[in-house]
Write a protein that binds this ligand. Structure first.
Ligand code: XBP
Ligand code: MG
Length: 243
């Protein structure tokens, strides 16, 4: 029996990664780094969830001997870089440059009208979630969601299931009665490890993705109804180990 829908943000609610990439590339020169990530570089780097974790991974992979920058410790530089990147991204969202993907708002509204619980489970920063949903749903967007898990509430990033376990616990609904919506293999692994059947909508950044175990892989959510979701979940049954 379907009781709740849990949505990932980046790639799933909205095609955000091109704007995240632009934000990273704009931040680099501001801390005197001559880095530039191409679309192909970034698609590979998305294997590392979380912007700060992605920066740290790149730094270690490409500059293993570099421990500081202009006298600033590595952590300080990464924090500053990520702050600048987040401000740039937030500004782009506020300017209306990021939109919900096809079918997302219709499904959210339909599920809410039918009394399903809604939740967010993302690795991104809370300001990014608020900016996107305020623009798309309105100032009272938070009332639509029973639980919001993000990079601040669940710091261990996907594929670790921490953020999904957090929102399941906040909603007090068993995983077997929920569906997750994801775009990435890391997100799918996180959701499945938390016992969630998962619907995947890939993006242009999904490179040779492995979606084994997904309930459905769809181009997007347009035309998808709550009745269809119920049918898919009832037909598949709970994942092994789901509570
Ligand atoms: C995707 C991510 C995010 C964004 C960058 O998150 O990995 O890190 O790329 O956001 P999800 P931050 O799909 O789980 O929403 O820089 O704020 O981490
Ligand atoms: Mg995602």
């Amino acid at each position: 029996m379907l009781k709740a829908l849990i949505f990932d943000v980046d790639g799933t609610l909205a095609d955000t990664e091109a704007v995240h990439l632009e934000a990273f590339n704009n931040a680099f020169p501001q801390v005197d780094l001559d880095w530039h990530w191409s679309h192909a570089d970034y698609a590979r780097l998305l294997e590392i969830s979380g912007g700060k974790e992605r920066l740290r991974h790149f730094w270690h992979a490409t500059h293993p001997d570099m421990t500081d920058l202009g006298g600033g410790a590595l952590d300080d530089t990464l924090n500053l870089l990520h702050e600048i990147k987040t401000a740039y991204y937030e500004n782009a969202v506020n300017e209306g440059r990021v939109h919900l993907r096809a079918g997302v708002l219709d499904l959210i509204n339909a599920a809410h009208a039918e009394g399903l619980q809604l939740a967010i489970a993302t690795t991104t920063s809370p300001v990014n979630v608020a900016g996107l949903l305020r623009k798309a749903i309105g100032d009272d967007w938070r009332h639509m969601f029973v639980a919001v898990g993000d990079g601040s509430t669940s710091p261990v990033k996907k594929p670790n299931p921490q953020v999904y376990l957090q929102v399941l616990s906040d909603m007090a609904v068993p995983a077997a009665q929920c569906l997750a919506f994801e775009d990435s293999p890391n997100g799918l692994r996180a959701a499945m490890t938390a016992g969630l059947q998962t619907v995947i909508t890939p993006t242009e950044f999904s490179v040779e993705p492995n979606y084994e175990g997904a309930l459905r892989v769809l181009p997007d959510l347009s035309g998808i109804t709550v009745a269809q979701l119920r049918g898919w979940l009832d037909g598949a049954g709970p994942l092994p180990g789901a509570r």
